[in-house]
Unconditional design. Sequence first.
Length: 202
Amino acid sequence: MAERTLSPSAYADLVDLGRRLYARALVRREQEPITDPRGQPIGWLLDTRIPMLEGDTFREVGRVLAERVRARGVRQVAGFGFGAYALVCAILSAPPPPGAPELRGGFVREQRKPYGRHRLVEGPLSREEPVVLVDDILNSGRSAARAVALLRNDGFEVCGVLTLFNFTWSSGRSRLEAEGLWVDSLLDLNLRDGPRSASDSL
């Protein structure tokens, strides 16, 4: 969503939301021991489950992300991993505009369930309509690319990726765009400049 399509007050509200999310999700090593996936100490991380599992934030973010999904002409969203589950539910909780259809959601498994319905993708998603992958953070893009591959291999058309935060110093955005996907983020984060609004998505 281009910045020029928003009024100054709406743009300011969106920037404020992104920065409030960042402030609530930020965990520093001074607060508690934190490590990377290899077990090495790190200085900070973003835990978006903290703000996203608070009722007010859940509803506010859901409304904003649902508007972005609808603006793309899409009505299906899918999530992969713990960081995405609250986002999918928040989007689905947003009331549709008058006369608009309800959105549908789904969760992507790491691998097909070996019993029951043997599904890889849980939920009422249709293979006849495009799907937007939602996630909390876009860094290297490897996790999102894996989720896209799982969905596509299961017969779904994935058209784009919607995230809360994009780490601009990493290659995630270009990796996904090379897969033919559009990428939209609520807030771009730059190590040198600090958090700022995503000029290409606000």
